[in-house]
Design a protein around this ligand. Structure first.
Ligand code: ZN
Ligand code: ZN
Length: 763
């Protein structure tokens, strides 16, 4: 704001006429790509209708274009004559609690995203649009019937009929008033004009449905380790201050029961709890267990209608819902009395938001808990190395361990098969090893179930011409097309473009027959069907799982033992617990490219451990076969022994040596342009600007890696280059990005730019 026309005397502002301008001033963040906040006057007519967290329309720029903006703060003060007024309120209520606004400010700063856009991302679209709410008009008496009578005016029978159905104090829905008095809206309008009746608009919930059943309490007791884990968490809850507890427990150790009892403690104290899960569709069993144990549960998932989502949000805001379960967006549930946040499988990459602001849900949960002074529980069998490291070195963190599986189930036996040896011995390019086939055959023979994990979808991943070596690639992206036999199409898994699978080399002068190699879920499914013709086999990947109901049906059928073998991508490795699975096979535990991503080893360890954890029964240890071309990888040998701690120790040592997280903080800037030359030039220019800023801020131990062509060098027709910025800690990264942003140095007009702080994908 400017002070051009105002005279300043003794700290007060006066207009030219000598009048002080006073009233309510709103600080707002417009939903625009700008990092500033602005002050606007709240006209007296809007007072009481504008609250912190609500959206309003404000005029921006010289043209006064109306832009939606979030109200961040309101206070009564004097201002100068140039302060522009708010145009109009948008929302009838706010769904941003004060702690969420503060969390939003921190997200905006940490992830280099404008505040208005960040707050927009925090409130679901449906909630912002007030879906599920209807406008209802109410009428009330302004003057009592006695007063009106005392006026001595002649009042027609219709008007009198309407007046007499209105109660003395309350407002009544207009429809009801008209119905009860058998009058028309014109009569009501006339009474409003007289000043005897007034009407108002309220927002009301359109639908009212409840998903709550009666809670059922199981009778079993916790084992000693579960008991002491729960004790530690309850101590944290009772302390009523911020802390992070890493619940480190092998798969099948009963972490869910610990969450449930911790949440119960919080609810008994009159507060609310949030449980964050990586993906609802993959956690139907967990969600089922929770909804059967609590009576006021809100489950937020992607298939809710907008009206349902909006309604649930309102119920949470009203404090009516005690437990909130959901994926990413649930971390922003507007709980007025939040007492605990649990994050299950905290290491999952699906917790990272893929659009700006590119936040990580686990980190937001910690941020929010810190803001509110409440505990967080992070659960995992294979914690992210960041969390593991902090649980050793951070004073707010503690670690509790559950090392035994429930009912003392033994850990499965893991066999690593070197596929190079296998192929050499069999003298042909086989996809399934003899060990995998033999153990699977024995499992089926005993009438038990098996999971076969394949890390890619489709049938063949490499379609090429043996004569001229032409490879079938996406015209838009630098990746090969994947053949899908179900549709007969060759598909790009990145941009989803598809063509009918060619059989003949596309090079006109060649015309040789194309070959298909490489294994996806479809090919393994076909191979298994051939090898085990009597087995009932079902494929589970994102091609077959278009809806939650598909997945649920397969889970139900598998539980009912109508399916013998599930073949699928890592979807089958997550969140499920089937008592009759005694064998797990992993077809290729190394493809997917270890180069270029410093987290590749960590992911491989997590995947092998996770999938192995699905095998095992009470009476016999499960068997696991892991096929690989790189049997010497430490990630595999540690996973073989179920030894997370040794893996973490060796992996952390090498990360420290090279300077990767958690020892340094990282931001990845990806620049892309249809012309390769432009993308590279812009990336080089960015490096110069970042280097200059590092020097001008005198940041110690900050450096830049790149520019490099991204591993996915071309995507949707754009060439991609990345620049990695490393700093010793989060504060200096924030400082650096903040300065770059305010200097306009981070984004360029020439190439499109993505800034990803704490990236989890380096593709
Ligand atoms: Zn050819
Ligand atoms: Zn493509």
């Amino acid at each position: 704001m400017t002070h051009a026309k105002a005279k300043e005397t003794t700290g007060f502002l006066w207009t030219e006429e000598g009048e002080p301008l006073q009233g309510v001033v709103a600080e707002v963040a417009p939903i625009l790509p700008v990092n500033h906040t602005y002050s606007f006057a709240v006209p007296a007519s809007f007072e009481g209708r504008v609250a912190v967290g609500q959206r309003v329309r404000v005029p921006m720029g010289r043209g006064g274009r109306l832009v939606p903006a979030f109200v961040l703060a309101l206070d009564r003060r004097t201002w100068d004559s140039t302060l522009r007024p708010i145009h109009s309120p948008i929302d009838p209520a706010s769904f941003l609690t004060p702690d969420l606004i503060e969390v939003g400010r921190q997200i905006a700063a940490h992830y280099a995203c404008p505040l208005g856009r960040t707050l927009k991302a925090i409130t679901p679209e449906a909630v912002r649009r007030q879906r599920g709410l209807v406008k209802a008009r109410y009428a009330r008496l302004v003057r009592s019937l006695e007063e009106i009578r005392a006026l001595g005016r002649r009042i027609g029978p219709k008007r009198w009929a309407l007046l007499s159905v209105l109660p003395a104090a309350d407002a009544v829905r207009v429809e009801q008033v008209l119905r009860d008095s058998r009058t028309s809206p014109a009569v009501l309008r006339a009474l409003v004009k007289e000043g005897w009746v007034e009407t108002e608009t309220r927002w009301e919930v359109e639908t009212d449905e409840t998903i709550d059943g009666l809670p059922v309490e199981p009778t079993f007791a916790l084992n000693d380790e579960q008991r002491s884990a729960l004790d530690a968490i309850q101590t944290a809850i009772d302390a009523q201050r911020f802390s992070v507890t890493l619940l480190f427990g092998v798969s099948g150790c009963g972490k869910t029961e610990v969450y449930i009892r911790a949440m119960r403690r919080v609810i008994e104290a009159g507060r609310q709890a949030i449980l964050l899960v990586p993906e609802i569709v993959l956690t139907t069993q967990l969600v089922g267990r929770l909804t059967s144990r609590f009576s006021q549960v809100a489950v937020l998932h992607s298939e809710l209608t907008e009206a349902q989502r909006s309604l649930i949000w309102r119920r949470i805001a009203g404090g009516e819902k005690k437990v909130v379960i959901g994926t990413r967006s649930a971390v922003f549930a507007p709980c007025p009395k939040l007492g605990l946040i649990c994050v299950d499988e905290e290491q999952e990459t699906s917790f990272k938001n893929l659009q700006a602001p590119r936040f990580h849900v686990r980190d937001i949960a910690i941020l929010r808990a810190k803001q509110l002074g409440i505990p967080v529980v992070l659960g995992s069998a294979t914690p992210s190395l960041e969390t593991w490291y902090r649980s050793d070195h951070h004073r707010d963190y503690r670690r509790v361990v559950i090392s035994r599986r429930v009912r003392d189930l033994p850990l499965p036996k893991v066999h690593i098969v070197d596929m190079e040896d296998e192929i050499a011995e069999q003298k042909k390019a086989v996809l399934l090893s003899r060990a995998l086939e033999t153990l699977l055959g024995e499992t089926l023979h005993r009438g038990e179930q098996a999971l076969i994990l394949v890390n890619r979808r489709g049938f063949a991943h490499h379609v090429f011409c043996p004569a001229c070596r032409t490879r079938l690639t996406c015209p838009q992206c630098s990746v090969g097309l994947v053949v899908h036999t179900t549709t007969g199409q060759a598909v790009c898994h990145y941009c989803r473009c598809r063509i009918p699978t060619p059989t003949i080399c596309p090079v006109v002068t060649c015309g040789a027959k194309l070959m298909q190699v490489g294994s996806g879920t479809q090919r393994i499914e076909a191979l298994l069907a051939e090898r085990f013709p009597h087995a009932r086999i079902q494929r589970v990947d994102s091609d077959t799982m278009r809806h939650r109901s598909h997945y649920q049906r397969i889970v139900d059928d598998f539980e009912a033992r109508k399916i013998d073998v599930l073949v699928g991508t890592q979807m089958i490795a997550k969140g499920l617990d089937f008592p009759f699975v005694s064998f797990v096979g992993m077809v290729a535990a190394d493809a997917g490219g270890l180069a270029g991503d410093f987290r590749a080893h960590e992911r491989l360890f997590q995947l092998v451990t996770q999938v192995a954890g699905r095998a095992g029964r009470a009476d016999a240890p499960g068997r696991v076969v892991v096929q690989t071309m790189n049997p010497a990888l430490p990630a595999l040998s540690h996973a073989l022994r179920h030894d997370y701690e040794s893996f973490a120790e060796s992996e952390l040592r090498s990360r420290q040596r090279v300077g990767w997280p958690p020892f340094r903080r990282l931001a990845r800037v990806v620049l892309s342009h249809p012309r390769e030359e432009t993308a590279r030039r812009e990336a080089e220019a960015l490096v110069v600007r970042v280097q200059n800023t590092i020097e001008s801020l005198a940041l110690a131990r900050a450096d830049i890696l790149g520019p490099h062509p991204c591993p996915l060098a071309r995507l949707r027709g754009r060439y991609r280059y990345d620049v990695l910025i490393r700093t010793p800690d989060a504060a200096s990264l924030r400082n650096l990005l903040g300065r770059l942003d305010s200097d306009g140095a981070l984004r360029t007009k020439a190439a499109s730019t993505i800034v990803d702080v704490d990236p989890v994908s380096m593709a």
